[in-house]
Design a protein around this ligand. Structure first.
Ligand code: PMV
Length: 302
């Protein structure tokens, strides 16, 4: 059984698509995959809950499977996937499935789990769903820990002076990452100066956050999370439900809170104070599904 991490983007979602840095953490929970010989070999299939697809059957998932296995150069496999996080909520479940499936496939074939090969295959999978993925989800799924990511470059690991306690609430119905990324792209075409300046501000804020995280200055990190959320709101990427979940977290003592991932729906994250339970309690009282997430131990990066 192979596993891969889900993720939370702490800073820089969307701006990362345009070349600005992002900071993300890999989560201990994500997806698991088991590979066996496919009964329909040389064809391959993927089983995810009630859904079963075949590589290249024309469905989105079938095309993604074909892209993943094609990039790895393997076939004739049946991949059974188990999810450990809700899909479509900005928690990087799609990338986690891709990395877990790629690891399981290579293990089954007795081939080494070279990171670059896994990353390229997972990115081929992500392109089927997202069109223009930055690769931040894939890097977090593979490497865990806390990462600085710039599109087209190798991810680098951040060493945190203090561990982060992060709360996550499912605040809205899932939104499509592809649609949110495209909506921002068309907004940028309409208003290049305004949108460009906001993306630039997110980039600067991410640069400011990195040394604060490395020094463990968590109240200052929290203030930047709030500011990042404001900037995402100005880019029309938030929603009433996401704003409300952030406000509840702050009122209950969170050091900071923001939407995480593509926005429009999905999750918010909160940097929890010592009495983090208060934040989770406030969310639960408001009827939100929530949990404290744990950062996955980092793999060694080149
Ligand atoms: O997959 P999501 O919903 O967590 O969004 C990924 C982050 C974006 O910056 C919005 C897109 C990307 O490719 O980086």
């Amino acid at each position: 059984m192979a596993q891969a991490n889900g993720k939370l983007i702490l800073f820089g979602e969307h701006a990362v698509v345009y070349g600005y840095p992002a900071i993300a953490v890999g989560l201990t929970r994500g997806a698991r995959a088991r590979a066996t010989r496919s009964p329909s070999a040389p064809g391959s299939e993927l089983v995810l809950g009630d859904e079963r697809v075949h590589a290249g059957d024309g469905s989105e998932l079938g095309r993604a499977l074909e892209a993943l296995l094609g990039a790895l150069g393997v076939g004739g496999l049946r991949l059974e996937i188990t999810l450990e996080l809700p899909p479509g909520a900005g928690l990087g479940v799609s990338a986690a499935i891709a990395v877990a499936a790629a690891r399981a496939a290579l293990e089954h074939e007795g081939q080494p789990l070279a990171s670059e090969r896994l990353e390229a295959a997972a990115l081929a999978w992500e392109r089927v769903f997202h069109g223009n993925p930055s690769g931040v989800d894939t890097a977090a799924a593979l490497y865990g820990g806390c990462l600085r990511f710039v599109r087209g470059q190798a991810a680098s690991a951040l060493t945190l002076a203090r561990p982060l306690r992060l709360g996550v609430a499912l605040a809205g119905p899932p939104a499509s990452t592809k649609q949110m990324v495209e909506a921002l792209a068309s907004e940028r075409r309409r208003e290049p100066a305004r949108v460009g300046a906001l993306l630039e501000s997110i980039g600067q804020l991410t640069e400011e956050a990195q040394p604060l995280l490395e020094r463990g200055e968590l109240p200052a990190v929290g203030r930047l999370l709030d500011r990042n959320h404001e900037l995402l709101t100005l880019l029309a990427l938030s929603s009433e439900a996401l704003d409300l979940a952030c406000a509840l977290a702050r009122e209950a003592g969170a050091l900071g809170a923001k939407l995480t991932g593509s926005g429009g729906g999905g999750c918010v994250l909160a940097l929890l104070p010592e009495r983090g339970e208060d934040v989770l309690e406030a969310w639960r009282e408001a009827g939100l599904t929530c949990f404290e997430s744990h950062v996955a131990a980092p793999e060694r990066l080149a």
